[in-house]
Write a protein of this length. Structure first.
Length: 175
């Protein structure tokens, strides 16, 4: 996280959106919107499964460096759900078999690719929002991303402590 800053995130946003536009045009409208749907499902499911994965990691090794594993766990869950959908959608060669009439194909395909790029950007940002050093490294990104992620229904939009909370002291003085 020490190398990630707001400028790097801005570069990733531009890169993923442009890459999504190009991919949409290259693979066709059907594949672009299928990828967007797969990215959305992966984005939502990774948010729901993330807490369980991190709890299991912490239970297996209490001394684990959670500052490193918080974003890695989210990213791994997202990719584990998205990559099979992407491979399947891209193997269909839908642009050859299904095209919208006229100029609509290019417009719809580009829109689908842009939506896919935007969802990939949101997933990347959410993985880094969970990092304990995020408020110091990417403050402007957090100011923009947290309301957007919350509005989209994501549950985990704030950093979580890297170490488990200490148990409360006994009220009877330890007797």
């Amino acid at each position: 996280m020490q190398y990630v800053n707001d400028w790097m995130v801005l570069g990733l946003v531009v890169g993923l959106l442009c890459g999504g536009l190009v991919a949409g045009r290259r693979f066709g409208s059907l594949a672009a919107w299928w990828l967007a749907g797969g990215a959305w499902l992966s984005f939502r499911l990774a948010d729901r499964l993330w807490r369980t994965a991190v709890t299991e990691l912490r239970a297996d090794d209490p001394g684990l460096d959670m500052a490193f594993w918080l974003p890695v766990a989210y990213g791994a869950l997202f990719l584990a759900l998205f990559v099979p959908v992407a491979c399947w959608a891209l193997s269909l060669k839908a642009k050859r078999d299904f095209q919208l009439p006229g100029g609509a194909e290019a417009l719809v395909a580009s829109a689908g690719g842009a939506v896919t790029g935007l969802i990939l950007t949101l997933a990347l940002v959410q993985a880094h929002v969970l990092h304990p050093l995020a408020p110091r490294s990417i403050p402007a990104t957090l100011a923009v991303a947290r309301p957007v992620l919350s509005a989209l229904g994501q549950k985990y939009v704030a950093p979580i402590a890297a170490s488990p909370a200490a148990p409360p002291a006994p009220k009877d003085g330890g007797r």
